[in-house]
Design a protein around this ligand. Sequence first.
Ligand SMILES: Nc1ncnc2c1ncn2[C@@H]1O[C@H](COP(=O)(O)OP(=O)(O)OP(=O)(O)O)[C@@H](O)[C@H]1O
Ligand SMILES: [Mg+2]
Length: 221
Amino acid sequence: MPIEVKNIHKKLGKNIILADASIEIADGDRAAIVGPTGCGKSTFLNLLSGLDRPDSGMIKIDETVITKCRQNQLARIRADKIGFVFQSYYLQPHLTVLENVKIPSFVSKKTTPAEYDKRARHLLELVGLKDKIHAIPSVLSGGETQRVAIARALINYPKYIFADEPTGSLDRAAAQNVLDIITGLQERFGCTLLIVTHDPFVAGQMRRRITIDNGRLINAD
Ligand SMILES: Nc1ncnc2c1ncn2[C@@H]1O[C@H](COP(=O)(O)OP(=O)(O)OP(=O)(O)O)[C@@H](O)[C@H]1O
Ligand SMILES: [Mg+2]
């Protein structure tokens, strides 16, 4: 399996967040990670993307056992293969929308600056922000800001899109719009999508649901 998680354990402070947790995720899958607040959804996504490490156990992403990787290897895998949409968007306030979308290219250099510029403009068009490319983040609505964060996560055409509550602060119509954009881009680029969500309406639109119960990852249906 392209994503394999085997027997991982993770403690944060005194809290056991994940205990003997295992799951497999196929290429092109579209899964929701659901469960009550504090159950470990963000922690799990951070472990999967190498932003954090488990105390023990194995995580394999796309044939690479990331739990054995050094920090610099992890940074490269993250930059090349993973588009991460954070729970808080972290746009740079002094950069324009277009510049924000190009931020990952400063690290990654998978292609030329001209190609990155073309991609960024194209992605912003796909998420409906063609007219806002030179705006700064402070003038954007929540939904627009979230769409910039999505375009930024896709700039390297990642194989994996991991999104932590991408619709959490949006109303239903804006949430559906963002979701349609993410799933549309997923189909277009053939990537694997994992979305953390509290919202059954969002979870219901994924192919499968994974929950965290007493530290274990469980297929919810
Ligand atoms: N650095 C830390 N030290 C101790 N406990 C922590 C630390 N970071 C997070 N936790 C705890 O770990 C648990 C899991 O946190 P996590 O952020 O993964 O939950 P979550 O499922 O994403 O919640 P939410 O739905 O509210 O975003 C929570 O109980 C949280 O309080
Ligand atoms: Mg969270």
